[in-house]
Ligand binder design. Structure first.
Ligand code: SF4
Length: 389
C-alpha cells in the first residue's frame, strides 16, 4: 500500500491531485508511452519536485496538468485542481484557470516573453485580462510586482524590452507574470537550468521567499537534485514515464531505496562525500514504443534478479516513502557504496611545488552600455571588473 501524501500535509485537501495519468505521443500500433499510470498530489503551500533524466516524462506531466497535450493522448482517472477535474473543463474554463489558478514558468524566459512588447505592458496585460484591473491600476501593480521579484529600478525596467535584460532578470519578469494573479499552483519546469550558478542561487532564494509570501503550491521539475533538495518538501523520481520512488526530500535524497535513485545520486558530486570518482548509470532509457516486460529499470540495474521479470508495484517502505522495486532491505545502502568509490588524487597533491596554476594581477574590465557612442557618451561605463589580483 502506498500513501499519496504524508499525514503531516494530508489534512488540507490537495491543490493538485493526479490519479493514474498516462500520456502517449504519436498514433499507430505503437505510440510512444511517455507517462504511465502516474499518481501524486500536492498540498497547499507544498513544493513537490519531479526528478529524472531527460525523456523520463516530467514535462509531459506538467503539460497534461495545463491541458497543453492533445486530449486524445492523455488518459487519467483524474487531474484535479482544487477539486475540479481539469480533463472535464471546456476551453473557456481552461483559459480562465491558466494564469489565474495555475501558472507555468518555463526553462527559457526569452521564449516566454514577447520580444516586441515592453516588460511593463506584458505584466500589465496579465493583470488586465485575468484580474480586470484598469490601465492605471495594472501599471501600479506591475511596478509593485517587479519590485517584489527584486528587479532594480522597477519603473525603468518596466519601460525596457526583454532583450535589454539579463537572463536572470528575464526569468524574474516571467516569475512576476506568473505570480501576478496569485495562483494556487505554480508549475516550474527547469526554471534555473538556463542560468549561471550565481543567478540560479538568486532565483532559488526568490522562489523560496515567494512560496512563503503568496503560499502557492509548487510543482518543481528539474534534473538537478541539488536544486530540488533546496526548494522542495517532497520529491517523486520518474524513470521512463513511471514513478519509481517518492517521499520527503530527506527520505528520497538521504536514504534512497530504489537503485535508479541511488544511481542518480551516485552520479553527482557531493559536498560531504570527499573526492570519489563519479559513476554514470550505464545504458539509456528503454524504447518507450516497445515497453520491456518486467521492471522497467531491469536492463540498467546492477541488482536485478529473477523476480524482476515481474513488474513491481509502488509500495511504502516507511510511511510516506514509497518505491517500485522487488529488493528488500538490501536496497537501503549508503550512496557511497553504490558509486564504486575510487580515490582521486587531490589537486594540491599533483601540483608542482608552490607554483600557482593561474596568476592574475590588477585586472580591470569596464565597458560602455549598449548604444553609447564613445566620444559623446556621458553614460557611466559598466564596471564589470576593477583591479582584481
Ligand atoms: Fe532493479 Fe529488480 Fe528493483 Fe527493478 S525490481 S530496480 S530490476 S532490483
Amino acid at each position: 500500500m502506498r500513501t499519496l501524501m504524508p499525514a503531516t500535509v494530508a489534512l488540507a485537501p490537495p491543490v493538485l491531485e493526479i490519479a493514474a495519468l498516462s500520456a502517449s505521443y504519436g498514433g499507430g500500433a505503437q505510440p510512444l508511452q511517455a507517462v504511465r499510470n502516474v499518481s501524486f498530489s500536492i498540498a497547499p503551500g507544498e513544493a513537490y519536485g519531479l526528478i529524472g533524466e531527460s525523456g523520463s516524462g516530467k514535462t509531459t506531466i506538467a503539460y497534461a496538468v495545463m491541458r497543453h497535450v492533445r486530449d486524445a493522448q492523455v488518459r487519467a482517472e483524474r487531474i484535479a485542481l482544487q477539486g475540479r477535474d481539469v480533463l472535464r473543463m471546456n476551453a473557456k474554463e481552461l483559459t480562465t484557470i491558466r494564469g489565474r489558478q495555475v501558472a507555468m514558468i518555463y526553462q527559457d524566459p526569452m521564449g516566454a516573453l514577447n520580444p516586441v512588447l515592453r516588460i511593463g505592458e506584458q505584466v500589465a496585460e496579465v493583470l488586465r485580462r485575468h484580474r480586470g484591473l484598469s490601465r492605471t491600476a495594472a501599471r501600479a501593480r506591475t511596478i509593485a510586482l517587479l519590485e517584489q521579484v527584486h528587479l532594480p529600478d522597477p519603473a525603468a525596467t518596466a519601460r525596457r524590452y526583454p532583450h535589454q535584460l539579463s537572463g536572470g532578470q528575464q526569468q524574474r519578469v516571467v516569475i512576476a507574470m506568473a505570480i501576478a494573479c496569485e495562483p494556487e499552483l505554480l508549475i516550474m519546469d527547469e526554471p534555473t537550468t538556463a542560468l549561471d550558478v550565481t543567478t540560479e542561487a538568486v532565483i532559488l532564494d526568490l522562489i523560496r521567499e515567494l512560496r512563503r509570501s503568496i503560499g502557492a503550491a509548487v510543482l518543481f521539475i528539474s534534473h538537478n537534485l541539488a536544486v530540488v533538495a533546496n526548494v522542495c518538501d517532497r520529491v517523486g523520481v520518474l524513470y521512463a514515464g513511471q514513478l519509481v520512488e517518492e517521499g520527503t526530500v530527506q527520505q528520497v535524497l538521504r536514504t534512497p531505496r530504489h537503485p535508479y535513485t541511488l544511481g542518480l545520486l551516485a552520479s553527482i558530486p557531493r559536498a560531504d562525500g570527499g573526492l570519489t570518482r563519479l559513476r554514470a548509470i550505464p545504458g539509456g532509457l528503454p524504447d518507450l514504443r516497445d515497453i520491456p516486460t518486467g521492471c522497467i529499470f531491469r536492463a540498467r540495474c546492477d541488482d536485478a534478479f529473477a523476480a524482476c521479470g515481474v513488474v513491481p508495484q509502488l509500495v511504502d517502505v516507511t510511511p510516506g516513502h514509497a518505491r517500485r522495486c522487488h529488493l528488500g532491505d538490501e536496497a537501503a545502502r549508503p550512496i557511497e557504496t553504490y558509486s564504486t568509490p575510487r580515490s582521486v588524487p587531490r589537486v594540491e597533491d599533483e601540483a608542482a611545488g608552490d607554483q600557482p596554476r593561474l596568476a592574475i594581477e590588477g585586472l580591470t574590465r569596464w565597458f560602455r552600455p549598449d548604444g553609447a557612442i564613445p566620444f559623446l557618451a556621458r553614460v557611466a561605463p559598466v564596471r564589470a571588473v576593477t583591479d582584481v589580483t
